[in-house]
Design a protein around this ligand. Structure first.
Ligand code: CAA
Length: 258
């Protein structure tokens, strides 16, 4: 039995962390299941992935505290590496990813959401990096992705205080892009995913790659990455159709990923 459900729905898909009785906390098995589920995605068909937690109480309430309690430093580092490898795989997935955060997204849960390209949440969502209240640091990317998303001052405040924030505050600081009543969250995620999926897949993937790679280098190298991404779209069937349709004042045919 896997703690992660992969549900393709045509050109979009859900990845659901499903360990409801522990508020979807990430232990080694859940991380392994996530890793395997990411490998399973049919990238020829699926054009956008929605990541969520089962139930409406939690997205993911963090790494599993009962598993971590008796780790020694070496084992702690190894667990962090396992989590970071999965977050990196998710972050580098060629297709766009949307975290749809229903409830608690704490510690490793906030880090899972931050490994996605886009975050939206319910008005009941709670975010935080409470690790220092447990005697540890964030370990699945929080010290690195949070400052890149909300700025280092706000990230340090959240990490040092270990305080949780609600959905509106997460929206205010730019951690999430939108807040919805719970019943509208997944329909909104699907609407956004389908909108992305309707666009030229080669261009969308190239744009994702350019943003991700460009954020890691200086601006000169970054614009060179953009030039390469831009150039790689030309000559594709979708570029010819997209531009041809515009100039012929007609709606473009569905993009074909070629
Ligand atoms: N690890 C293991 N089990 C967890 C868990 C976690 N992170 N979060 C919740 N659970 C379990 C609880 O132990 C409980 O199990 P039992 O029913 O067997 O007792 C079950 O899920 C339900 O949780 P609560 O009874 O605590 O539910 P609540 O509504 O009273 O509280 C909560 C909800 C505020 C989210 C609370 O569960 C909580 O504070 N959880 C821990 C949050 C946290 O500190 N996360 C960070 C972990 S460290 C980390 O993630 C490190 C990293 O960066 C890699």
């Amino acid at each position: 039995m896997s703690f992660v459900k992969y549900e393709p729905m045509g050109d979009i898909a859900y990845l659901t962390v499903d360990r409801v009785n522990a508020l979807n906390a990430l232990n080694s098995q859940v991380l392994t299941d996530l890793d395997e589920a990411l490998d399973q995605i049919d990238l020829d068909t699926v054009r956008c992935l929605i990541v969520r937690g089962a139930g409406d109480k939690a997205f993911v309430a963090g790494a599993d505290i009962s598993q971590m309690k008796d780790l020694n430093p070496e084992q702690g580092e190894h667990f962090s590496e396992q989590g970071n490898n999965v977050m990196r795989k998710l972050c580098n997935l060629p297709i766009p990813t949307i975290a749809a955060v229903s409830g608690y997204a704490l510690g490793g849960g906030c880090e899972l959401a931050m490994a996605c390209d886009i975050r939206i949440c319910s008005d009941k969502a709670v975010f935080g990096q409470p690790e220092v209240t447990l005697g540890i640091t964030p370990g699945f990317g929080g010290t690195q992705r949070l400052p890149r998303l909300v700025g280092r001052g706000m990230a340090k405040q959240l990490i040092y205080t270990g305080m949780n924030i609600n959905a509106q505050e997460a929206y205010r600081i730019g951690l999430v892009n939108a807040v919805y009543p719970m019943e509208e969250l997944y329909p909104a995620a699907e609407k956004m995913a389908r909108r992305i999926a309707a666009n030229a897949p080669i261009a969308v993937r190239a744009a994702k790659r350019a943003v991700n790679l460009g954020m890691q280098v200086d601006i000169q190298q970054a614009v060179e990455i953009e030039e390469e991404a831009f150039g790689s779209c030309f000559g594709t069937a979708d570029q010819r159709e997209g531009m041809g349709a515009f100039l012929e004042k007609r709606k473009h045919e569905p993009f074909c990923n070629r």
